[in-house]
Ligand binder design. Structure first.
Ligand code: HDE
Length: 755
C-alpha cells in the first residue's frame, strides 16, 4: 500500500495538520494567559484582584459532585475519536475523490460530525428560557419532624444537595439578563427520599389565579406573534391589553413595576414558593405552608436607567455575577423560611390562601427560618446541567403536599408535560442532572433514549414471578393528604378571590418613597410604549382602585386625565391592611455589607499611588472587588514615577458595571480624566444611579466638569458623596464603605434626572 506520508500534499505551512505534530496536544493551548505574565512583570505593587474566575472548579464539600462524576468527561491527554470510540486520524479534511473532487458518501466521520451538529439544539423553555444555575446544598437548622415527615428536615445539620436555576420569564434563551421581568427561582432538592422541586419566583404572587389563563398571559407578554417584537419586555400593547382586562393581575403588576423586577444580582433577591403548600407529619397531621428564600447578601436592585444600559454593556450581567461569585469562593446563601398556619387560621384570614395573587403578610404569620442554602459549585457544562435540568412542581416527597390552589393544580400537569417536547421523551428523569440520588425502581420502561437496562421478564405489578418486586411501600411511601371535599363540580372561583386591590394597596403603602417613585416611573415607561390610548386608560382605571397618589403619578407621567375606577368585582367588604415594612427591599440590607460589591478606582497619568494602595487592599480585605479603571489598558505612570496596571478600560468597563466609584487623587490624573468623556459619563452615571462616590484630592475638578452637585437637591450634604484629602483617607474610606453597605443614596434622585 501507499505510505501515508506520500498521500499527503507537501505543504510545510500545514505541518501541524498532519503526522506526529497533529497527534499531540496543540502547544499553544498550554501557554500562560496574557494577564498572568503581565502581572508577573509589572513594577507596580498593585496587582489585579484575584477575585474573579480562576477557571478552576472549586471542589468543596458538595454531595452533588460525586454522583455525577460517573458521567463527567475530561478529554485531557486523550485522542480524538468518533462517537463509536474510533480514533480519528484527520479532523480537518473530508474524504474526497481526488484533492479537487467530490466528497465520498462513505465519509462516515464527516457525516457523523455534521449530523450531530445539525441536531445540537433543543427547544428552549416556553417560559423561563434564559437562565443560569449552580450546585450547592441545603442545611436544616432544627428538626421539623413535628410538622413534616420530609426527611431533609429531619435533623439539625442535615445536608441535602441542591441544583438551583434562576431565570427571566419572557425573554428568549439569548436575551439580556437585566430586563424588567419576574425572576424564576427553581430549586431541586436531591433528598434521601427522592427529588423535591420547589419551583418558585422572586415575587410572591402571580398574574393570574387559575391555570386556565396561563397560556393567555404568556402569549400576551411574549414577543407579539406577527413580528416577534419586543424581545424580553412587557412594555408593549398585547401585555397591557391582557392585564388591563384581567384585574386580578393588579397586585402582581405593582411588584413587577417595582425594583424587584430588576434585581442587582440573583444573589440579592428573595425567592417564594408563591402557592400555599401543605406539610404533613408522620402522624398524618397537616399545616399550610408558604416558602420564602431570603438572601444573606440582602435584597438589592438596579435602577431602571442602569438596567437598560447594562443590557448593552453586559447582557450576561447576572449570569456572570453568579458564576464569578462562586468561582471566587463567595458562595451565595439564602435562608429558607416557612410561614406555617392551620386550616382554621386560614379560614379567618380576609383573603383566600388558595389565591396565588395574595400574600400572607408577615405580620399575620411570621416567617420561621428553618435552614440555609449555599451555592458552592458552578456547573461543568451549561447544556448538560443548566439547560437539561427539568423542574416539575409535581416532584414532591413524603411530608410535602399540594393545596387546591387552581394555579398550582395546573402546574402539576404542565411541568412534566413540557419536558416531553423539550427533552425529547418520557425518560428525561434519567438525564444525569435530573436523576435522583436514590435508586429508581418501577415498571416504566422503554421509550426514547432509555439508559437503564432492566433485568428479568417481569415489567408489571402485581406479579409473583419476580417475588412481587418492586413492591408498594404502603405507609412508608408517599400518600396524598386525605382532604375531605364535599362540593359541586363547577367552573368558577371563590368570592374572596375577587378582591383584586386590597393587597396591591398593601404593597404600595409598604414601599419607601423612593420605591414608590420607581413604581410610578415604571408604569409610565411601560405605558408610554403602549400604542393604544384605551389600554393606558384601562390600566389607570385599575390603579385608581389601588391608590390615588399612584394613579395620579402615572396619569401625570402620561399626560392624561384620571379615568373612573374600574368596577369592583366583589361586593364583600375588603380588608384594610396595615403597611408591612417587610415588603420594602430597603428593609433587608442583609448580613454581608460590602462583600462582592464592585468598585471602580478611576486613574489617569500622574495618579497618586499612595491614594490607591491602602484603599485597594482595604476593600479586598472586606471582600469587595476593586478594579483600577483608566482610559486605556496598559499602564499609567504614578506621580512618583512608578508604573501602575490599568485593569480595565473605561469603554470596556463602563459605570453601570460598578456599585461605586473612587476617584484617585493626583492633580494631573484628575485633569486627564476631565478630558475623557468616558470618565465624565462614568461619574455622571454613578451619580445618577445614586451610587457612592469617594473623591480623593483634586477630584473637585471632575465634579465641576461633569456638572455634578456635591449636595442634595435640598442643599444638605449627600451622605454618599465623600470628599477626602490624603490626611482623611481612613475616615473617608470608612464613610464610603458605610454608604456602599447602604447600597444607594436615593435622596439624590431627581425625576427627570438633573445630570
Ligand atoms: Fe412556570 N412553567 N408555570 N411558574 N415556571 C415553566 O416548565 C407553568 C408559574 C417557574 O428553571 C415551564 O420546564 C404554568 C408560577 C419557573 O427550568 C412550564 C403555570 C411560578 C420556571 C411552566 C406556571 C412559576 C417555570 C417552562 C400556571 C412561580 C423555570 C419550562 C398554571 C411559583 C424552571 C419548564 C427552570 C417554567 C408552566 C406559573 C415558576 C411550561 C402552566 C406561579 C421558576 O411547564
Amino acid at each position: 500500500g501507499k505510505k501515508l506520508a506520500a498521500a499527503i500534499p507537501a505543504n510545510e505551512n500545514k505541518a501541524n495538520e498532519y503526522g506526529e505534530a497533529a497527534r499531540c496536544p496543540y502547544t499553544g493551548a498550554t501557554a500562560e494567559p496574557a494577564s498572568a505574565s503581565a502581572t508577573a512583570s509589572t513594577s507596580s505593587e498593585i496587582i489585579a484582584s484575584e477575585k474573579v474566575g480562576s477557571g478552576e472548579p472549586i471542589i468543596g464539600e458538595n454531595p452533588t459532585v460525586a454522583p455525577l462524576d460517573r458521567v463527567r468527561v475530561d478529554a485531557s491527554d486523550q485522542v480524538l475519536t468518533t462517537n463509536q470510540g474510533v480514533a480519528v486520524a484527520d479532523n480537518q479534511h473530508s474524504l474526497k475523490i481526488g484533492l479537487r473532487g467530490p466528497t465520498a458518501m462513505e465519509d462516515f466521520i464527516l457525516r457523523e460530525k455534521l449530523t450531530h451538529f445539525d441536531h445540537e439544539r433543543i427547544p428552549e423553555r416556553v417560559v423561563h428560557a434564559r437562565g443560569s444555575a449552580a450546585h450547592g446544598y441545603f442545611e436544616t437548622y432544627e428538626s421539623l419532624t413535628d410538622i413534616t415527615r420530609a426527611n431533609l428536615f429531619s435533623e439539625a445539620g442535615k445536608r441535602t444537595p441542591v441544583f438551583v436555576r434562576f431565570s427571566t420569564v419572557a425573554g428568549e434563551r439569548g436575551s439580556a439578563d437585566t430586563v424588567r421581568d419576574v425572576r424564576g427561582f427553581a430549586v431541586k432538592f436531591y433528598t434521601d427520599e427522592g427529588n423535591w422541586d420547589l419551583v418558585g419566583n422572586n415575587i410572591p404572587v402571580f398574574f393570574i389565579q387559575d391555570a386556565m389563563k396561563f397560556p393567555d398571559v404568556v402569549h400576551a407578554v411574549k414577543p407579539e406573534p406577527h413580528h416577534a417584537m419586543p424581545q424580553a419586555s412587557s412594555a408593549h400593547d398585547t401585555f397591557w391589553d391582557f392585564v388591563s382586562l384581567t384585574p386580578e393581575s393588579t397586585h402582581m403588576l405593582l411588584w413587577q413595576m417595582s425594583d424587584r423586577a430588576i434585581p442587582r444580582s440573583y444573589r440579592t433577591m428573595q425567592g417564594f414558593g408563591v402557592h400555599t403548600f401543605r406539610l404533613v407529619n408522620a402522624a398524618g397531621e397537616s399545616v399550610f405552608c408558604k416558602f420564602h428564600w431570603t438572601p444573606l447578601a440582602g435584597t438589592h436592585s438596579l435602577v431602571w436607567d442602569e438596567a437598560v444600559k447594562i443590557s448593552g454593556a453586559d447582557p450576561d450581567f447576572h449570569r456572570r455575577d453568579l458564576w464569578e461569585a462562586i468561582e471566587a469562593g463567595e458562595f451565595p446563601e439564602w435562608e429558607l423560611g416557612l410561614q406555617l398556619f392551620t386550616e382554621e387560621q386560614a379560614n379567618s384570614f380576609p383573603f383566600d390562601v388558595l389565591d396565588p395573587t395574595k400574600i400572607v403578610p408577615e405580620e399575620l404569620v411570621p416567617v420561621t427560618r428553618v435552614g440555609k442554602m449555599t451555592l458552592n459549585r458552578n456547573p461543568d457544562n451549561f447544556f448538560a446541567e443548566t439547560e437539561q435540568v427539568a423542574f416539575c412542581t409535581a416532584h414532591i416527597v413524603p411530608g410535602i403536599d399540594f393545596t387546591n390552589d387552581p394555579l398550582l393544580q395546573g402546574r402539576i400537569h404542565s411541568y412534566l408535560d413540557t419536558q416531553l417536547t423539550r427533552l425529547g421523551g418520557p425518560n428525561f428523569h434519567e438525564i444525569p442532572i435530573n436523576s435522583p440520588i436514590v435508586p429508581v425502581f418501577n415498571n416504566q420502561r422503554d421509550g426514547f433514549h432509555r439508559q437503564a437496562i432492566h433485568r428479568g421478564r417481569v415489567n408489571y405489578e402485581p406479579n409473583s414471578l419476580a417475588g412481587g418486586c418492586p413492591f408498594q411501600a404502603g405507609i412508608a411511601g408517599f400518600s396524598s393528604f386525605p382532604e375531605t371535599i364535599t362540593e359541586d363540580k363547577v367552573r368558577g372561583k371563590p368570592e374572596l378571590f375577587a378582591d383584586h386591590y386590597s393587597q396591591a394597596r398593601l404593597f404600595w403603602q409598604s414601599q419607601s418613597v423612593a420605591e414608590q417613585l420607581h413604581i410610578i416611573a415604571a408604569f409610565r415607561f411601560e405605558l408610554s410604549r403602549v400604542q393604544f390610548p384605551a389600554i393606558r386608560q384601562r390600566v389607570l382605571s385599575l390603579l385608581v382602585n389601588v391608590d390615588p397618589i399612584l394613579a395620579e403619578g402615572v396619569a401625570d407621567g402620561l399626560g392624561i386625565d384620571l379615568p373612573a375606577p374600574a368596577p369592583l368585582a366583589t361586593n364583600l367588604p375588603t380588608p384594610n391592611y396595615e403597611p408591612s415594612p417587610a415588603l420594602s427591599l430597603l428593609a433587608r440590607p442583609g448580613q454581608t455589607r460590602i462583600r462582592t460589591r464592585r468598585i471602580a478606582i478611576l486613574v489617569g497619568n500622574g495618579v497618586d499611588a499612595e491614594s490607591i494602595a491602602p484603599i485597594y487592599e482595604d476593600l479586598l480585605e472586606d471582600g469587595a472587588v476593586p478594579r483600577i479603571v483608566g482610559s486605556r489598558l496598559g499602564k499609567v505612570t504614578t506621580a512618583d514615577g512608578k508604573l501602575l496596571d490599568v485593569e480595565i478600560s473605561l469603554e470596556a468597563g463602563p459605570s453601570v458595571l460598578y456599585d461605586a466609584v473612587v476617584i484617585a487623587a493626583g492633580e494631573s490624573s484628575v485633569q486627564a480624566l476631565t478630558r475623557d468623556a468616558h470618565a465624565l459619563d462614568f461619574l455622571r452615571q454613578q451619580y445618577r444611579h445614586c451610587k457612592p462616590i469617594l473623591a480623593l484630592g483634586a477630584a473637585d475638578q471632575l465634579f465641576a466638569k461633569a456638572d455634578i452637585l456635591k449636595t442634595l437637591p435640598d442643599g444638605t450634604d449627600d451622605p454618599a458623596i465623600i470628599f477626602a484629602g490624603m490626611a482623611e483617607l481612613t475616615a473617608g474610606l470608612e464613610e464610603f464603605k458605610n454608604a456602599l453597605a447602604n447600597h444607594r443614596s436615593f435622596a439624590r434622585e431627581m425625576d427627570p434626572p438633573i445630570v
